[in-house]
Design a protein around this ligand. Structure first.
Ligand SMILES: C[S@@+](CC[C@H](N)C(=O)[O-])C[C@H]1O[C@@H](n2cnc3c(N)ncnc32)[C@H](O)[C@@H]1O
Length: 262
């Protein structure tokens, strides 16, 4: 076991129930397939229960938490228990390495990105860009937690540029009826955040200090009941999709020089 694999894995405790609460959204899946392009062999890093793994390609999943591995379908893609920071594969093994909604959990971002670049020609990362995510109304209700979370964990597209040859940064609009249950999924369905089962599969809520959580929930309850939320944000209920700050980052190593290293 590597030193990173030995570190505590938060999804061992909060991962239970993930497969039920976090259903892959078909529109997001389509966006990922588009950027994977013709990549045939793919490693899905921080794969969780297997959401967004294309079923028509040669995919290998990498996931450290047993609680998540246990929820993967037995018919699914082969999975390896490992961490991003020490991928158990040779250099240039895959056409593409995919990492979705996972970077903010890694213990060593630089090491994980270096590993993705080492084992695959193309890297596809989905993250929430904190500056934009902070403009999402939920950050106002749980402001202290949002700031703490982003200072402590949230990687930015700019951070990725230090480690990857970023070719493209695409906005990933979130559909109004998104079937996945990440923190920004319910941007036009505020009532959902009042449901503890919905919040349970969102790591920001699972790690939030109880006093901040209770205060934010009470305020949201009150402002939904008295119409404040709808006066301020009700226009969101009419939109089909919205930019909550999610970005797809596509990077690609330059071609190998003859006899050289990529
Ligand atoms: C929010 S889940 C996302 C799972 C999946 N990619 C998806 O889109 O549903 C984050 C996952 O990252 C995993 N993770 C946490 N630390 C990791 C690390 N250092 N290396 C790889 N995966 C990690 C967690 O165990 C968890 O399964």
């Amino acid at each position: 076991m590597t030193k990173h694999a030995a570190l505590p894995q938060i999804y061992e405790t909060i991962g239970e129930g993930y497969a039920k609460a976090r259903l892959p959204d078909p529109r997001i899946a389509q966006a990922i397939v588009s950027v994977l392009g013709e990549a045939w062999s793919i490693v899905n890093v921080g794969a969780g229960t297997g959401n967004y793994e294309p079923t028509d390609r040669a995919v290998v999943a990498v996931e450290p938490a047993c609680a998540m591995l246990a929820q993967r379908s037995v018919m699914r893609i082969p999975a390896v228990r490992a961490v991003a920071e020490a991928l158990p594969f040779d250099d240039h093994t895959f056409d593409a390495a995919l990492a979705m909604f996972t970077l903010h959990h890694w213990h060593d971002l630089a090491a994980g990105l270096r590993e993705m670049r080492r084992v695959a020609r193309r890297q596809v990362v989905v993250l929430n860009e904190p500056e934009i995510g902070h403009r999402f109304w939920i950050a106002e209700y749980f402001a202290e937690a949002a700031v703490m979370h982003s200072e402590k964990y949230a990687p930015r597209v700019a951070d990725l540029r230090h480690h990857l040859d970023v070719q493209d940064v695409l906005v990933l609009p979130i559909p109004a009826d998104c079937t996945d249950g990440f923190i920004g999924a319910y941007w036009c369905r505020p009532e959902a955040y009042l449901d503890g089962r919905v919040r349970a599969s969102m790591s920001v809520f699972a790690q939030m200090p109880p006093d901040i959580l209770t205060r934010g929930i009470r305020r949201l309850q009150r402002e939904l009941a008295d119409g404040t939320w709808d006066r301020r944000f009700g226009f969101l209920r009419e939109l089909a999709s919205y930019d909550v700050g999610y970005r797809i980052v596509v990077a690609e190593k330059p071609p190998l020089a003859a006899g050289g290293k990529g």
